[in-house]
Design a protein around this ligand. Sequence first.
Ligand SMILES: Cc1cc2nc3c(=O)[nH]c(=O)nc-3n(C[C@H](O)[C@H](O)[C@H](O)COP(=O)(O)O)c2cc1C
Length: 335
Amino acid sequence: MPLKTILTTQLRLRYPIIAAPLGRGSTPAFLGALAREGAFGFVALGHIPEAELRQTLSAYIASAGGADRFGVNLVLIKDQTRRLETALDAGCRVVSLLRGDPVPYVRRAKDAGAAVFWTVSGPAEAERAADNGVDFIVAQGREAGGHLTGEAPLMTLLPAVVDAARGVPVVAAGGIADGRGLAAVLALGACGAWMGTRFVATEESGSHPGYKQMIVASGVSDLVETSLFDGGWPNSLHRVIANSTFERWKAAGCPPNGSRPGEGERIGSFPEGAPMLRYNVSAPWETMDGDWEAGALYAGTSVALITEIEPVGQLLARTSAEAEAALRLNIDYVL
Ligand SMILES: Cc1cc2nc3c(=O)[nH]c(=O)nc-3n(C[C@H](O)[C@H](O)[C@H](O)COP(=O)(O)O)c2cc1C
């Protein structure tokens, strides 16, 4: 029996599983694979130049099979009004928001008939999200890879957010990498799982192959919480695999921004040709040249559970089957 929740019915999915935006790793091919296999992915719009957004989105729409088969993500650390307008104009109808003040963006997206996801820090923000009519609240536990928004680990954050959401469905993020995690968050009141680190290490993700391998090879003790990779997103904690950039900075006595080793050094080139500097916020993408290992290798504590790079379809089917088995086993055990 498939796992059917309000998330699967509302977004017409086979699995209650969402792939987080993964920077340049969320390519049209990756989001297309997710859509074909019955899941759903988001593309972060922040790194796409406004002038190219419309054309870029058309590649996503073609690959996913429609403008409603993937979502767009806006990090509100700067004005994203024009990107939202362009996405809505292109037909996009699923929007994810975090940080800043999402309320005006929620209103605009709802006016256009879009479904809105708001990633909250905890119960207080969940109440605000519910008051403002969002369709889904995302509770990101502190275990997460990438930038950290949640104020506590998922085990306590999630039920607290579910209570505060007053019936608005909650999607759980942070530390989920297999069916046991999916079963656990469903049991805690979520309608689905939002996974980032696990999806980086899939065959179809557009992340650098070396970065994928490092996720497979790393354990929790290889991770650090830092605000080091701040080029483009200052003063924001994130979890990464400790790499050569981090170790060099630590060996230098952890100097502040402006006097760190190799500051301003080019470690590669963006696809458009601009230099990618050390300490830039971008995670290494599949075609990155230069010293990809020196970039921000976002990863969460779920690295402990990731032992291979899998195709998206296999990962989804396995995770869902494991979750069903785990939920049944618990019922049998309780009875
Ligand atoms: C490589 C990478 C890039 C991310 N970029 C974004 C982003 O642009 N916007 C966003 O809302 N979340 C972003 N996240 C965070 C995810 O949305 C999610 O909260 C997190 O990955 C969940 O934890 P997990 O990695 O343990 O699954 C990113 C995560 C990773 C791993």
